[in-house]
Design a protein around this ligand. Structure first.
Ligand code: GDP
Length: 233
């Protein structure tokens, strides 16, 4: 069974102060509105309705958390760049998104979904610029690959890879199609490594990791006695 099939809706967050303290490690999905981000999350999770495939792009302004168990999360960030969103409501998004990607400690890496026909738009680049100083990995999913001929899709992939490589050796890209279900296994393999759950390695779960999660939870709740107990366990 695909690792991401365990994903279950956990919480929607509108303020940075509400980000879950339960998270040990998380992967965030970003992308322009209508790029196909919800479809990518649904394809990875093997669930049709997990991230709602919105009929009115740009409406979601929330950060949605999906739990995978053991303190691991998938995070659906608000889509950006939808022209019909009033300018006044766009600014806080930028702050929310920028601050989240730059400062969120459990964030292991950023999956950026781009329509293969319009890769690396100005806003995608802005996001990459915000994220670069963290030194964390980026994986670009060039989705809707079914909309281009194979050779054109591959040409785009090579161009995007060389542009990313010029910025950071940790930034990668692949083709994806939620419609044809292509690229799903490759994406899963990359993202699992970020979560420390590579299919090639034995699971790193176990007492150490679980204890760390319990201790963190107790600390967040201000429960000193419990925190000490977790550390002693
Ligand atoms: P989001 O706004 O980025 O979450 O994008 P959605 O996942 O809602 O997708 C936007 C539109 O693109 C929808 O009409 C989807 O059916 C369509 N779409 C998403 N992924 C694919 C794909 O891989 N191939 C094709 N042909 N259409 C797709």
């Amino acid at each position: 069974m695909s690792f991401f099939r365990q994903a279950r809706f956990f919480r929607s967050v509108q303020e940075l102060s509400d980000l879950p303290s339960e998270s040990v490690r998380e992967i965030a999905f970003a992308g322009r509105s209508n790029s196909g981000k919800s479809s990518v999350i649904n394809a990875l999770a093997g669930q049709r309705q997990l991230a709602r495939v919105s009929k009115t792009p740009g409406r979601t302004q929330l950060i949605n958390f999906f739990g995978l168990g053991e303190g691991l999360f998938l995070v659906d960030l608000p889509g950006y760049g939808y022209a019909k969103v009033p300018r006044a409501t766009r600014a806080p998004w930028g702050v929310l998104l920028g601050t989240y990607v730059q400062t969120r400690e459990p964030l292991a890496g950023l999956a950026i979904v781009m329509d293969v026909r319009h890769p690396l738009t100005e806003l995608d680049r802005a996001l990459l610029d915000w994220f670069r100083p963290t030194g964390k990995p980026v994986h670009v999913l060039l989705t809707k690959a079914d909309k281009l001929s194979r050779s054109l899709a591959l040409q785009t992939l090579h161009k995007v890879r060389s542009k990313l490589a010029a910025d950071s050796p940790h930034w990668t890209a692949q083709l994806f199609s939620s419609l044809k279900h292509t690229g799903v296994e490759a994406a899963e393999a990359t993202l699992r490594i970020w979560l420390g759950r590579s299919a090639m390695q034995p699971a790193q779960a176990g007492p150490g990791r679980e204890r760390a999660a319990r201790t963190k939870k107790a600390r967040a709740k201000g429960d000193k006695a419990r925190e000490l107990k977790c550390l002693k366990d």
